[in-house]
Design a protein around this ligand. Structure first.
Ligand SMILES: C[S@@+](CC[C@H](N)C(=O)[O-])C[C@H]1O[C@@H](n2cnc3c(N)ncnc32)[C@H](O)[C@@H]1O
Length: 214
């Protein structure tokens, strides 16, 4: 069973040190959001990636999905705060442009405990999963839901902890090798387009971009 994140550790998700080793801009460079798209941030947590993604998406929407109501409450409060402009002293990674007020309008929050996201099949131009894959690699309903949501040729972006020596993140025995992740991705009928080994884009993470069927 994948090792699940404990919501009590929510503060770790906002650790400014992440900017040194897993910067949202680098993740967005992989995802390449385009105007008007629907992008699902699966396992969004408190939204470390969600608002930067929404700010990088002129028009369209970001659907932030999570199993934890507690973490989504933090994200919801954050989105509400951003509707009235960037709050002073907010998390350091949040974009500070005027676009953020609009960006908050583009975030939808979905709480699901059973991997049911109320969107039609193929509704997502892209699905982003950051630090999630090691939690769901053996949770078939989660994997199937991600595959269901992906549009034909839609992008699935996986950025997850690598099995390398590192000072942060879950123990190495809880995470997958790149090859193990590729087996799971291919079992969903997705085609692998890009693989970044640990150390290529991120020191402690690997990154994979796959394409939906069709
Ligand atoms: C390590 S956190 C990463 C959060 C966020 N992506 C980030 O980069 O800060 C993993 C998140 O995935 C969520 N999660 C795990 N399994 C899930 C599932 N089956 N459906 C939705 N969310 C899930 C957890 O509640 C947690 O918020």
């Amino acid at each position: 069973m994948g090792h699940k994140f404990d919501p009590k550790n929510a503060a770790r998700l906002d650790d400014p040190a992440r900017l040194d080793y897993q910067h949202p801009e680098t993740v967005l460079g992989l995802l390449q959001p385009c105007a008007g798209e629907t992008i699902v941030d699966y396992g969004a947590g408190v939204g470390f990636m969600t608002l930067p993604l929404a700010a990088a998406l002129p028009r369209g929407r970001v659907v932030a999905v999570d199993v934890s109501a507690e973490l989504l409450d933090v994200l919801r409060a954050r989105v509400e705060a951003w509707r009235s402009g960037p709050p002073a002293g907010g998390p350091t990674h949040m974009p500070e442009s005027a676009a953020t007020r609009d960006a908050a309008e583009r975030v939808e929050i979905v709480h699901t405990t059973d991997n049911c996201v109320p969107l039609p099949d193929g509704a997502a131009d892209a699905v982003l999963t950051v630090n999630l894959w090691h939690e769901i690699y053996d949770e078939r309903p989660a994997l199937d839901e991600i595959a269901r949501l992906l549009a034909p040729q839609g992008r699935l972006v996986i950025v997850d902890w690598a099995k390398v020596e590192r000072p942060v993140g879950p123990p190495a025995e809880y995470v997958l090798t790149v090859d193990e992740t590729l087996v799971v991705v291919e079992s969903l009928g997705l085609s692998v387009a890009i693989v970044h080994q640990p150390g290529a884009l991120f020191p402690y993470h690997y990154a994979i971009v796959a394409r939906g069927q069709g």
